[in-house]
Write a protein that binds this ligand. Structure first.
Ligand code: GUN
Length: 286
């Protein structure tokens, strides 16, 4: 039976690190750290995520400003909004919750967040820095996954990592971040041939495809570490992309859904917000 990679515990550890750091600044009289969370429309999943983000802010001493905009907003209005919020010197981090309604261009919108306030790491500036090394803001799910693995003392250097899914939010930045951790990284996607032959060679298998029970135990090497990024709503409740009940018998470590990667994403957003705050205090974005 695999050991559970406990995202609830690891996210508490990370949030506590952030809280303690903020406390030190506040004790010296520094201004309050603030995060602006921009959400468009009323996607029910996004509602839950942004509420969790705002709650985490409050618990650790960050001013979490939740800005809810109408589903009907135009691209131009949204862009003006992002620019205006980003200009406020009291706001240290800015994020636009995805997905946006289909009439809006998410890439253009997220690119308007200044790189030094881009706590999601979605701008081309921060993605470019990721190619050079670990210098900018790393996106929250990749950052949270790496923290979760290290928190459980899993060695990364030299490991064969297979990532299934190549999204801009998870797969691609995670591949680069793990390369920076000296892993050997393979990225698979919907056009990959013989997927099982590749996944079954992974020391660490990370799955982010959004398909319930997509990874079955025959696709997993004995004693592999399995990280499930999926959050799928099914009639049986929320399930991941991994057939947990069967893969659990095959793996050495495995993330549960819920309670694995999800809480890590929120905690890593707090870490990135602290980083944005420190950039503002120092007046310097490397
Ligand atoms: N939607 C799903 N994950 C994320 C994330 O990490 N950041 C934002 N902004 N939207 C998301």
């Amino acid at each position: 039976m695999a050991i559970i990679l406990d995202g609830k515990k690891a996210s508490k550890d990370l949030k506590e690190e952030v809280r303690l750091s903020l406390d030190q600044y506040y004790k010296k009289g520094a201004p309050k750290c603030n995060l602006a969370i921009i959400m468009v429309g009323d996607n029910p999943a996004s509602e839950i995520y942004v509420r969790n983000k705002a709650k985490a802010c409050e618990a650790i001493g960050i001013g979490g400003q939740l800005i809810k905009l109408s589903e009907k907003i135009t691209q131009e209005e949204l862009e003006k909004y992002i620019i205006a919020v980003s200009k406020d010197p009291k706001v240290h981090g800015v994020m636009v919750q995805l997905p946006l309604p289909p009439h809006l261009d998410a890439d253009r919108a997220t690119e308007l967040v200044p790189p030094e306030k881009d706590v999601d790491g979605f701008t081309t500036a921060n993605l470019g820095k990721l190619i050079i090394g670990n210098q900018g803001f790393l996106s929250c799910t990749p950052g949270g996954i790496i923290y979760l693995l290290k928190n459980h003392k899993i060695v990364l250097a030299g490991k064969n990592v297979v990532i299934v899914g190549r999204s801009k939010i998870v797969g691609k930045p995670l591949a680069l971040a793990l390369l920076n951790e000296n892993c050997t990284v393979t990225v698979c996607h919907s056009k990959t041939k013989n997927l099982a032959s590749i996944t079954s060679k992974a020391d660490i298998l990370i799955v982010a495809v959004g398909k319930p029970n997509f990874i079955t135990s025959d696709m997993v090497k004995y004693c592999a570490v399995v990280v499930d990024v999926g959050i799928n709503r099914t009639p049986e409740g929320i399930v991941g992309d991994v057939d947990f009940a069967n893969v659990e018998r095959q793996a050495s470590f495995i993330t549960p859904v819920p309670g694995g990667v999800g809480p890590m994403t929120v905690a890593y957003l707090m870490k990135n917000t602290l980083h944005a705050y420190e950039i503002s205090l120092k007046g310097k974005y490397n």
